[in-house]
Design a binder for this molecule. Structure first.
Ligand code: PEP
Ligand code: MG
Length: 944
């Protein structure tokens, strides 16, 4: 026979704290407390399995549930020496829901069950308090009528108001026994009218009705929505807790309250909470009377207070976590009604974990497991002043792409952002979507808000990398960048208007909400001394413990020295990805980049032809030699200009890149720096076709003759843009395909890397350059690019420079993953580019998925956004294959990941499990990755 009902009381319980699946959080807590000798009103829990059986059989329960309920009730009655519904001294119970995960207020509760026309007199006789008895009965009819019988609350309120009017009572408390008798009579009429049955007097019937109503409430729309929002599966079911009632409203020696063993907002070790004398739990929640701080309980009921402190301290030690508890004092006797691990802010989580470890309650390993890695984020970003935040309505919601609070005057272009910022204004950059060209505007903005794009859109990736609060894909924005306005929530927002975004929730507010700065960031940026910030010290202490445990190395994706410095400050030991293209957008570089692009195809062809002809010339004689010379001259005539433009542009760019790389090497103090050769399609560096066409048309209308030169230049640019147009740029001329077709480009970048390395090494700073070739799908691609890199290294470093380097590849094309054994023969390291691997493995465009992915997530087609958390059972298999095949050729092959997943705790667990050596993520996610990597090792130890 299955067990569906679990008893607790008399110092013993059938269940315990490890039975949350079956007993729910509340039921397992009550069982555990009972076993621990804590005063808990006795009762029993009907399991979640009964709830699931109820749904499986269309609202019926196995006969065993009724039998076991009857047996448990008889046991309870015997223990209490009272009977449910008894006319002299009745037992009263509460019936409450309680699922595995707390779902505050989502399901139903019924109090004072067992009240009827007889037992109400019994309560009156026993307590000598007629008012109390009648009030309890009317509350019961009201709750039962609403929750079990489905009668609108207002119908009861209506009657109560009428009686209050009659007796000129302002509050319920002013109603005396006689008035309450009238309320009860009226309530009974309401029930009869609405259900065509009298109010049930049989306590057994009441209990069955209440139990089934709680089961039903598991599937009410409110509960379903809550579960969806919080990733709680729908098939867990709720348990039902039937528990002896205790009353906090039996006069001034009674009270009820709630509390935390530590401050859940700051983590401070202080007894935190509130209580009300002569009140029931619902009065505390309803906000009709103002509760008192819990410290005051010591004055009014010192004995109960001391007992409460003692019990809750014990519970905290027992559960090894902050407890969120509910209690009732009935005539000076304390009862604990609930205890559970308290929810807390990121700040509190760190403080509590570190403090409890230092107090000897937790081991270091236990402390590490107490903090959600994501919670660390809250310490890094500015936050909205909590009080000010609640007074401002939310106008729209987008995807929370990069956490933190930002407020600023709205600007609609990157140029305006820069211009306003130069005038000392704080701006919020609003775009349909951002492009690499917007980088300068993004870098000066307080935050970034876009109307389209997903969690790996440009704005999201760069926002996170820069640590800028960003909300993306906010479809409710109707932006008119030209007019410099946007419509949202029926309002028109103009340039300069204040807007605030919360990158942790995706909320957009049309007002300036005050923010406060993060201390941790101030320390990392050198603006505050570590010893001045207690929270920084705790943060670093916890992460130091994480470093002792974790097996995965942590690197950062950083392109510029400033980001690298922050990453190092946060504990990154190495750069896993430097996207060299981000440096091409600086004002002094872009003209050379454009020149290089415009001349690359013809320039490279010219160089190749000339080189080949010159080779032939070495062998040729007489007439043949003359012919070759003529051909060389012809090539020079046709392509000479392009060759010159191409090589000159590259020459200009080389020292600039060298300076960037040198900065990175310096900031990393000898840790490896992985620099990737150029990756994006070249048209990203050029203006948009439509924009150019408009500009040309405007110039022509103004004056075609006066603007002749300008028109010609723009038309030339337009032709180039059209030539470079691709239907699928993400699968087009990008990645190593650029370096294959324009080898001079790879050569220039490789030279810049080695020149920088040499320069820094000469200053006595150790360097470890790693040159990474992107988008390799075939070993031959890597082989050819590697040859160019090695050649450049020979030229620059010569012999005996002492600079050691490696050449490796990204694995981000599915073919690259499945032929990783071939590729490993040429690669000295692998780095998984899981952004592209997801895009290509899943066939989901990074740039377009936003349009339908949200639907997939909302409708449960996908549990998680695969661009945020690695799709372990699909794309993850490609990663596993890549690792296995790669290491089948080179057992010690160093393998990391540099896609966005490198900073996601769930994905980090996966990378740990498949044996990667390191994860690389944006600088501001480094702390999260350190902690997540430690937790992964604690949960699933992997040896080296
Ligand atoms: C990737 O594809 O995962 C990656 C890191 O490269 P990018 O995002 O620059 O394409
Ligand atoms: Mg990529």
């Amino acid at each position: 026979m299955s067990q569906y009902v679990y008893f607790f009381g008399g110092g013993k319980a059938d269940g315990n704290k490890d039975m949350k699946d079956i007993l729910g959080g509340k039921g397992s807590g009550l069982a555990e407390m009972t076993n621990a000798g804590v005063p808990v009103p006795p009762g029993f829990t009907i399991s979640t399995q009964a709830c699931n059986a109820y749904y499986d059989s269309g609202g019926k329960l196995p006969a065993e549930v009724d039998q076991q309920t009857d047996a448990a009730l008889a046991k309870l009655e015997a223990l209490q020496g009272k009977k449910l519904g008894n006319a002299k001294d009745p037992l009263l119970v509460s019936v409450r829901s309680g699922s595995k995960f707390s779902m505050p207020g989502m399901m139903d509760t019924i109090l004072n069950l067992g009240m009827n026309d007889q037992s109400v007199e019994g309560v009156k006789a026993k307590t000598g308090n007629g008012r109390f008895a009648k009030d309890s009965y009317r509350r019961f009819i009201q709750m039962y009528g609403n929750v079990v019988l489905g009668i609108d609350k207002d119908k009861f309120e209506h009657e109560l108001t009428a009686i209050k009017k009659k007796y000129k009572a302002k509050t319920d408390v002013e109603l005396g026994e006689k008035a309450l008798d009238e309320v009860i009579a009226r309530y009974k009429v309401v029930v009869e009218k609405n259900t065509h049955h009298p109010f049930p007097q049989d306590p057994r019937e009441q209990l069955v009705g209440a139990r089934d109503a709680v089961f039903e409430s598991w599937m009410n729309p409110r509960a379903i929505t809550y579960r969806k929002l919080n990733d709680i599966p729908h098939n867990l079911g709720t348990a039902v807790n039937v528990q002896t009632m205790v009353f906090g409203n039996m006069g001034d020696t009674s009270a009820t309250g709630v509390g935390f063993t530590r401050n859940p907002s700051t983590g401070a070790k202080e007894f935190y909470g509130e209580f009300l004398q002569n009140a029931q739990g619902e009065d505390v929640v309803a906000g009709i009377r103002t509760p008192h701080p819990i410290a005051d309980l010591e004055k009014v009921m010192p004995k109960a207070y001391r007992q409460l402190r003692d019990i809750t301290t014990r519970l905290e030690r027992h559960y090894k976590d902050v407890q969120d508890f509910e209690f009732t004092i009935q005539e000076n006797t304390l009862y604990m009604l609930q205890t559970r691990n308290g929810k807390r802010t990121g700040l509190a989580a760190i403080n509590i974990a570190v403090d409890m470890c230092e107090e000897g309650v937790l081991t270091k390993k236990e402390a590490l497991l107490k903090v959600e890695p994501q919670a660390l984020d809250q310490l890094l970003h500015p936050i909205f002043d909590p009080k000010a935040r609640t007074s401002v309505p939310v106008a729209a919601k987008g995807l929370p792409a990069s956490p933190g609070a930002a407020t600023g005057a709205v600007v609609f272009t990157a140029e305006d952002a820069v211009a306003w910022a130069q005038k000392g204004k704080k701006v919020l950059l609003v775009r349909m979507e951002t492009v690499p060209d917007d980088i300068h505007g993004m870098s000066v903005a307080q935050g970034i808000l876009t109307a389209t794009g997903g969690m790996t859109s440009h704005a999201a990736v760069v926002g996170r990398q820069m640590g800028k609060p960003s909300v993306v894909g906010c479809g409710a924005l109707d932006i008119n960048a030209k007019a410099k306005t946007m419509k949202v929530a029926g309002k028109v927002v103009r340039e300069g208007d204040p807007v605030s975004i919360d990158g942790s929730t995706g909320e957009v507010m049309l007002a300036a909400v005050p923010t406060s700065a993060s201390e941790v960031i101030q320390v990392v940026e050198g603006k505050l001394k570590p010893e001045k910030s207690v929270i920084y010290q705790k943060f670093e202490k916890l992460l130091g413990w994480a470093d002792e445990v974790r097996r995965l190395g942590i690197r950062a994706n950083a392109d510029v020295p400033k980001d690298a410095k922050v990453a190092f400050g946060f504990g990154a030991r190495g750069i896993g990805l430097c996207r060299t293209e981000h440096m091409f957008f600086g004002a002094e570089r872009l003209p050379h980049v454009v020149k290089m692009i415009l001349s690359a195809a013809r320039g490279q062809r010219g160089l190749d032809l000339t080189r080949r002809l010159k080779e032939q010339l070495k062998e040729a004689k007489g007439h043949r030699a003359m012919e070759i010379r003529k051909e060389i001259a012809k090539v020079q005539k046709e392509l000479g200009k392009y060759i010159k433009d191409y090589t000159t542009a590259l020459k200009k760019l080389e020292p600039m890149q060298k300076a960037d790389f040198a900065g990175l090497f310096k900031e990393m103090h000898g840790s490896p720096v992985t620099i990737r050769t150029l990756d994006p399609p070249l048209h990203e560096f050029l203006p948009k076709r439509e924009e150019l066409m408009v500009e040309i048309a405007i110039l022509k209308t103004k004056s075609a003759t006066k603007n002749k030169r300008a028109i010609e230049t723009k038309e030339k640019l337009l032709r180039a843009v059209e030539e470079l147009h691709e239907f699928n740029p993400m699968l087009g001329h990008r990645g190593c395909r650029l370096g294959i077709t324009y080898p001079e480009l790879t050569k220039m970048q490789a030279r810049a890397i080695f020149e920088a390395a040499l320069q820094v090494a000469k200053k006595g700073i150790p360097v470890k350059p790693e040159v990474m070739i992107p988008l390799v799908g075939h070993v031959e691609e890597l082989k050819r690019q590697k040859a160019i890199v090695i050649e450049a290294a020979k030229e620059v470093l010569g012999k005996g420079s002492g600079v050691e380097y490696t050449v490796g590849t990204m694995i981000e094309v599915p073919r690259g993953a499945v032929t990783a054994d071939e590729i490993a023969k040429e690669a000295e390291f692998f780095s998984f580019g899981t952004n592209d691997l997801t895009q290509m493995g899943f066939g989901l465009s990074r740039d377009d998925a936003g349009k339908f992915l949200l639907y997939y997530l909302e409708h449960g087609l996908l549990e998680k956004d695969p661009f945020i958390t690695l799709d372990a059972s699909g794309v993850g298999i490609l990663v596993e294959i890549g690792v296995k095949k790669g290491r089948s050729v080179k057992p010690k092959l160093k393998i990391g990941v540099c896609g966005e997943h490198g900073g996601d705790p769930g994905s980090i667990r996966f990378f740990h499990k498949v044996g990667l050596d390191y994860v690389s993520c944006s600088p501001y996610r480094v702390p999260i990755a350190r902690l997540a990597a430690a937790q992964a090792q604690l949960e699933q130890p992997v040896s080296d």
